[in-house]
Design a protein around this ligand. Structure first.
Ligand code: MN
Length: 199
């Protein structure tokens, strides 16, 4: 069975970028909801319940047709939120080393990367995610996905992801998604992003 990951910080620790109430509902209701539905959908497939959810998503195309929709939505939801919590931190950090070098080589500068990421992610129509991914050839790329689709389904490794479903920001920012995005950099755990980049 899949279970809700514990956070490395308190719900209130990401204030003012993400408010306490949003964090609590997001983690205990939304993320837990995806996990509950995923476990229910895979009841008849116990071998998949033992796997890492990211491994299941990488092999998405080979899954039985009857569970594809549930895995895409709820398995994606579980994987995406697990990554999201892990790359947030109460302490602001900055990228360094190989990751910073790759960002500079790919986007010109960290500021230019942030600008392009915010633009792409603000422009995701409806619910979805903005991502910094590592492609199969090891390059960095900004992509967006609708709903709970995971970049892993396209053989891309997400190393930074930002949830832009309204449930992620509406209490604090209402319709102002760009304000949420420009504030998110204050709580990015770049050390964890670098770990995903180096894996
Ligand atoms: Mn969410």
């Amino acid at each position: 069975m899949f279970t809700l990951p514990k956070l490395n910080y308190e719900y209130s620790d990401l204030e003012p970028t993400i408010d306490t109430k949003t964090m609590e509902i997001h983690h205990t209701k939304h993320h837990q909801g995806y996990i509950n539905k995923l476990n229910a959908a895979l009841e008849e497939h116990p071998e998949l319940l033992k796997k890492d959810i990211n491994e299941v998503l990488v092999n998405f195309k080979n899954l039985p047709d009857d569970i594809k929709k549930a895995v895409r939505n709820n398995g994606g939801g579980h994987s995406n939120h697990t990554l999201f919590w892990s790359i947030l931190s109460p302490k602001g950090t900055e990228p360094s080393g190989d990751l910073l070098q790759a960002i500079n080589d790919t986007f010109g500068s960290l500021e230019e990367f942030k600008k392009q990421f915010e633009e792409a992610t603000a422009g995701q129509f409806g619910s979805g995610w903005g991502w910094l991914v590592k492609t199969e050839s090891g390059d960095l790329k900004i992509v967006t996905t609708p709903n709970q689709d995971s970049p892993l389904m396209d053989n891309q490794t997400p190393i930074l992801g930002v949830d832009v479903w309204e449930h992620a920001y509406y209490l604090n920012y209402q319709n102002r998604r760009p304000d949420y995005l420009s504030s998110i950099w204050d709580i990015i755990n770049w050390n964890q992003v670098a770990k995903y980049y180096e894996e």
